[in-house]
Design a protein around this ligand. Structure first.
Ligand SMILES: C[S@@+](CC[C@H](N)C(=O)[O-])C[C@H]1O[C@@H](n2cnc3c(N)ncnc32)[C@H](O)[C@@H]1O
Length: 208
């Protein structure tokens, strides 16, 4: 995300949040429990979407300082004390098996190496822990998928590094986590290229 994008991020998402994205975030995060790590937390737009009970610790990681510094202003909306750590999802500075839940929303489109990020997510989850995701993805509709492929390069330049045509579900499948629930949706008032959404959960078994 560039500096201008970071500054206007909440405003750019305002209309989408109001007409359904806020609700989708709540739905995606409803099983968050225990010690929770969020990757690529941006400006903290998920903070008031966490369940009011059951979250005992909330660690938000975000590599972009201009985004991360906006989290503090929303910390009072969270159900637990918020710790902010500036770190990339591909190299999480946490011990193996140290969280009950990992959350990532609208972030695997932007990380440089999504396969490495989901491996890290699997690593820091405790056995039985859940990864909760909400991501925009490459469309199942061949016509829209072709359009996403065609515009991906330009979109990346104008949308702060976002890749619009990633097959993120396949990436999650490759993490060693067990997919437990996948739902499909639409980015409310989102540009067509980022409209197809998936959200759901994947669980870490005893052995990866
Ligand atoms: C579209 S924003 C989403 C922010 C937030 N998760 C949300 O739902 O509003 C994408 C975020 O991914 C972050 N990001 C980019 N590369 C990353 C990486 N390698 N690891 C973790 N986060 C990254 C960006 O800084 C940005 O905050």
């Amino acid at each position: 995300m560039n500096r201008i994008g970071a500054l206007f991020y909440d405003r750019m998402l305002g209309r989408s949040q109001a007409v359904g994205l806020e609700e989708l975030r709540r739905e995606a995060l409803e099983d968050a429990r225990g010690e929770v790590l969020e990757i690529g937390a941006g400006t903290g737009l998920n903070l008031d979407a966490y369940p009011r009970e059951g979250v005992t610790r909330l660690v938000l990681t975000e590599p972009d300082h201009a985004m991360a510094r906006q989290i503090a202003a929303k910390a009072s909306l969270a159900p637990a004390a918020v710790e902010v750590v500036e770190a990339s999802a591909e190299r999480l500075p946490f011990d193996t098996a140290s969280f009950d839940t990992v959350v990532g929303t609208l972030v695997l489109c932007e990380v440089a190496d999504p396969a490495a990020a989901v491996e890290e997510i699997a690593r820091v989850l405790r056995p039985g822990g859940r990864y909760l995701f909400l991501e925009h993805v490459r469309s199942d509709d061949p016509r829209l998928a072709r359009s996403q492929d065609r515009w991906a390069g330009i979109w990346k330049r104008i949308a702060g590094g976002c890749t619009c045509n990633r097959e993120t579900l396949e990436t999650i499948r490759g993490s060693g986590l067990d997919l437990e629930d996948v739902r499909h949706g639409v980015f409310p008032k989102g540009p067509k290229l980022v409209r197809p959404l998936i959200f759901g959960s994947a669980v870490r078994g005893d052995v990866l």
